[in-house]
Design a protein around this ligand. Structure first.
Ligand code: FMN
Length: 205
């Protein structure tokens, strides 16, 4: 079994989401672990050249020149890495009510037609069946109650992305209120760790 840990934690050791990911990592056994640090290995974003290459290769099934192929090298590498994993754990802080741009760029890099999803007869189909994903997000504010529930676009979007790629089991943990400090913050961290333990129990035992 292989677990891929994808993290974006620009606050490094002070990051709450990183602490939760480290907790997850320290408690799993029986799994090969690979780490993708999106602060170090920054995903590419589509530009004019790579978009042309993607459409002509993945939609129009044309042969690319070696120069054109090069524009998709990093996206292809990240896609292969995702495909090689059985379990993916993605952790990041909420930025402006959604996922930070590097995390979105990672999704855009791996959600390649013919690789992780496809469509036939007008129907979309995910290709990564049998895989599991856990999304760990930390947020300064609170989003589990009205009216803020509608402002949460980090976990909700991440779930849709994994669902679109065909993942079979998608879980999510929101460590909310991380800017509240004091007891509220430490209680919510504890709650998140308890959720992590439950998921590890379900997936690794
Ligand atoms: C650029 C930026 C944008 C943020 N946007 C939000 C936001 O929209 N909603 C929120 O609740 N917290 C927001 N925060 C607060 C962080 O989500 C919060 O501090 C979180 O705990 C940071 O995660 P980390 O501890 O893993 O670094 C933002 C922080 C930064 C630096």
């Amino acid at each position: 079994m292989k677990t891929l840990l994808v993290k974006y934690a620009p606050r490094e050791e002070r990051s709450n989401s990183k602490k939760l990911l480290d907790t997850f990592r320290s408690r799993i056994e029986n799994s090969e672990i690979e780490v993708l640090d999106l602060c170090i290995d920054v995903p590419d974003m589509f530009n004019v050249q790579s978009m042309y290459a993607y459409i002509h290769r993945n939609y129009l099934k044309e042969e690319l020149s070696s120069e054109q192929k090069k524009t998709l090298t990093k996206m292809d590498r990240m896609t292969e890495q995702l495909k090689s994993a059985d379990i993916v754990v993605l952790s990041y802080p909420m930025h402006n009510f959604s996922m930070p741009a590097s995390v979105k760029a990672w999704f855009d890099s791996v959600m390649l037609k013919g690789q992780t999803w496809d469509n036939a007869d007008g129907k979309y189909a995910g290709l990564l069946h049998g895989k599991k994903a856990l999304i760990i997000v930390s947020s300064g504010g609170f989003y589990t109650k009205e009216p803020m529930i509608h402002w949460e676009h980090a976990i909700s979007l991440s779930k849709i992305e994994f669902q679109f790629m065909g993942f079979s089991d998608i879980r999510a943990i929101l460590a909310e209120g991380m800017n509240a400090g004091g007891e509220i913050q430490s209680e919510n961290i504890k709650k998140s760790i308890a959720e992590i333990e439950k998921i590890i129990q379900d997936w690794y035992h």
